[in-house]
Design a protein around this ligand. Structure first.
Ligand code: SAH
Length: 337
């Protein structure tokens, strides 16, 4: 589809169109992944951040955040617990924290790689130099999540301070891909000032990049940010965009995000039905979970990891899907069943 066609489809969508879309998108997903849902253990290892993104609760200007960092032992404990619960992917996510130099990051990555050679290591630590990405890859990282956030320059500048640019974000994504990572990108749905044309551009960028993973979730207001008076994105539009992404990237790994589960009690189940096939439960120590508040009312911040996984297994099977414990690497176009 062209950018104009995406814009038309998004702006003229209705219930009938959405139901038809989900019937197509869930078929596509089953052609590649059947009923399987992969789990990724999310370790939120630092909430220090040098950036000041207007939407994000852990932006550097938010003085109400109690900052924390996990050390290597904390992180390895999370992995140990995760491994015994069946996780074979660990996602290290954090703010852009200068304390974690390349040397420290490589130390952490190689230690996890040494102990868990059958696991995938995913990083989500923002914009770095190409040499840094290469060093993490050489230390044993396999995947990288970096949402482009919005593919429109003007919109990008309304969500970020001027020292951040869409061009650099894209440069990072292409570097990561060239180095050999399985790359994930994505955007927030309903972020302030977003239009149907912006979303169409996001779809065109995703089509161009052909990422292995695409993460989208609703924007959710955070009370201590410049966007505290902006409304959150909707469940309805987020599901519609998930369906479109599945049709555009039939082979991709697409999470049903925590943000989706936050705006609606059954949001993640509906996400799976719209085409998602990944869930990312929180493996962070319970003591820090409430401090990694990207947005208000984030769910699953009080439970132990084991409770989270049991709850998710029930949720996933309630809509006819099944959690599997493999690494869950991306499929190739030719892997269609
Ligand atoms: N520092 C890393 C990780 C960011 S947190 C990076 O820059 O990539 C992961 C994602 O959370 C972000 O990419 C953003 O899309 C999302 N996020 C941040 N604030 C949010 C909010 N208020 N509502 C919904 N999602 C948000």
């Amino acid at each position: 589809m062209s950018e104009e066609e995406y814009t038309y489809l998004i702006s003229s969508r209705d219930k009938t169109a959405a139901e038809y879309l989900f019937s197509l998108s869930s078929k596509r997903r089953e052609e590649y992944y059947g009923k399987d849902v992969y789990i990724r253990g999310l370790i939120e290892f630092t909430n220090y951040c040098k950036n000041d993104c207007y939407y994000c609760g852990i932006r550097r200007s938010n003085k109400n955040v109690q900052r924390y960092r996990l050390d290597l032992d904390d992180i390895l404990n999370c992995c140990e617990e995760g491994y015994s619960l069946g996780f074979r992917t660990f996602v290290l996510q954090g703010g852009e924290d200068p304390y974690f130099t390349d040397e420290r990051m490589c130390g952490i990555i190689s230690e996890i790689r040494k102990r868990y050679n059958d696991c995938a290591i995913t990083l989500s630590i923002g914009e770095k130099r190409r040499e840094s990405y290469q060093a993490y890859f050489d230390a044993g990282a396999n995947r990288y999540l970096l949402r482009h956030e919005t593919a429109d320059h003007t919109h990008y500048s309304k969500l970020h301070p001027q020292e951040l640019s869409l061009d650099n974000r894209k440069r990072c994504l292409y570097d990561l891909k060239e180095i050999g990572y399985q790359v994930g990108t994505g955007f927030m749905v309903g972020s302030p000032f977003q239009t149907a044309e912006n979303l169409a551009k996001d779809m065109m960028f995703i089509k161009e990049l052909q990422p292995s993973m695409a993460g989208i979730g609703p924007f959710i207001t955070h009370k201590d940010t410049p966007f505290s008076d902006k409304p959150s994105g909707t469940l309805e539009l987020t599901l519609f965009m998930l369906g479109l992404i599945r049709l555009t990237l039939p082979y991709a790994l697409i999470p049903s995000t925590t943000a989706l589960g936050t705006i609606a009690p059954n949001g993640r189940e509906l996400g799976l039905k719209a085409g998602a096939n990944v869930i990312m439960p929180n493996l962070s120590p319970v003591s820090v979970r409430k401090k990694y508040m990207l947005y208000d009312n984030k769910i699953c911040t009080g439970e132990e990891s084991a409770q989270c996984i049991q709850c998710l297994k029930n949720r996933v099977s309630s809509v006819g899907y099944e959690i599997v414990c493999s690494r869950g690497d991306v499929k190739k176009i030719s892997d269609k069943r």
